[in-house]
Each structure stands twice: as C-alpha cells, then as structure tokens.
Design a protein around this ligand. Structure first.
Ligand code: SF4
Ligand code: SF4
Length: 161
C-alpha cells in the first residue's frame, strides 16, 4: 500500500483541471470532485502541479493520538500549574523593576503559550476563546456536578493565562 494519498480541497479548487492532466492513474478524474483513493498511488504529481495549492498529500496511516484519560489530564494540569506559578513569580519580578522588562515579558508570553498547549493537549478547550468562554459559563450554570467542576476549573485558569 502507498504511504500517502492526495486530497483535494474543493473550497479552493479553481477547476482548471491541471491535476487531471498530470495524474498517471486517472484518480483525480472523479465524478464526486474528490480524488479516488483506490486509484491514487501517492506520487504527488497533482499536488505539485496545482496552482491553487488545493491538493494536500495525506499519510495513509496517522500516528495514534495521545490518550486523554484522567491520569494524563491530571499530570498535564500539574505541569500547567507549575507554569502558572512561574508566571506569577515573573509578574512579581516585573513589578519590582523595569530593567529586565523585555526578558520577563518574553518569558511570560512563552509560558502562556506552553500553558495553552498543555491545556489543549490534555483534551480541554482554551478558556479565553470567546465562544469557548460562553459555552463554559453555560455549562457552569446548567451542567451536572462533574461538568460544573470541569467548567469552573478551566474558567479559573483564565486569570493566570
Ligand atoms: S489542479 Fe488544483 S485547482 Fe486545478 S482542478 Fe486540480 S485541484 Fe483544482
Ligand atoms: S498523487 Fe499521483 S496518483 Fe494520486 S491523485 Fe495525485 S497525481 Fe494521481
């Protein structure tokens, strides 16, 4: 089996049909507008020829995603909390003097990005996003006990992010 196959994004395809000319197997010439995965041999010629960059080569086998269970989430939050504590120290230092302002602000920003990544990789949503924030507040108000705890836990982190 080939390592990858081509995928056409119909939203940006301009239908100039260049991919039809270069494909050696006819996989791009499909009634549905999508590429025929059975015929595609993963040569990448269509992706290279497409002027609209509408074709992406996708691996046939995706790596297994990180498990998102209680243990993983609790470890991830421990790490996130250590970063939150670091940021509190950095913010205190920033209030003390302004000589290192650039460095301290850069470190705070870097920690913020790491905290967001940790939360996201743990399977949680990013709480400061407007839509997510609204959803979490709804859950906090109307959810069952465990959902309320989840929403509150996450909303409490906003102040630190
Ligand atoms: S070459 Fe690209 S833009 Fe042209 S038809 Fe194929 S996918 Fe669409
Ligand atoms: S990767 Fe090669 S075989 Fe597959 S659709 Fe594109 S040109 Fe055809």
């Amino acid at each position: 089996m080939e390592k990858s196959h081509a995928y056409r994004n119909l939203k940006i395809c301009t239908k100039d049909c260049l991919c039809l000319f270069v494909c050696p197997t006819g996989a791009t010439d499909n009634e549905t507008g999508q590429i025929d995965f059975e015929k595609c041999i993963g040569c990448g010629a269509c992706a290279a020829a497409c002027p609209a960059k509408a074709i992406t080569m996708i691996p046939n086998k995706m790596p297994k995603p990180q498990l998102k269970n209680e243990k993983v989430i609790s470890k991830m939050f421990k790490i996130a909390n250590s970063k939150i504590e670091q940021n509190q120290i950095l913010k205190n230092l920033l209030n003390e003097n302004k000589e290192d302002e650039k460095l301290l602000k850069a470190l705070i920003h870097s920690n913020k990005v790491i905290i967001e990544d940790i939360i996201r990789e743990s399977g949680y949503m990013i709480p400061q996003n407007k839509n997510t924030n609204k959803l979490l507040k709804d859950i906090q108000k109307n959810g069952d006990n465990s959902s309320k705890e989840y929403a509150t836990n996450l909303l409490n982190k906003i102040n630190f992010i």
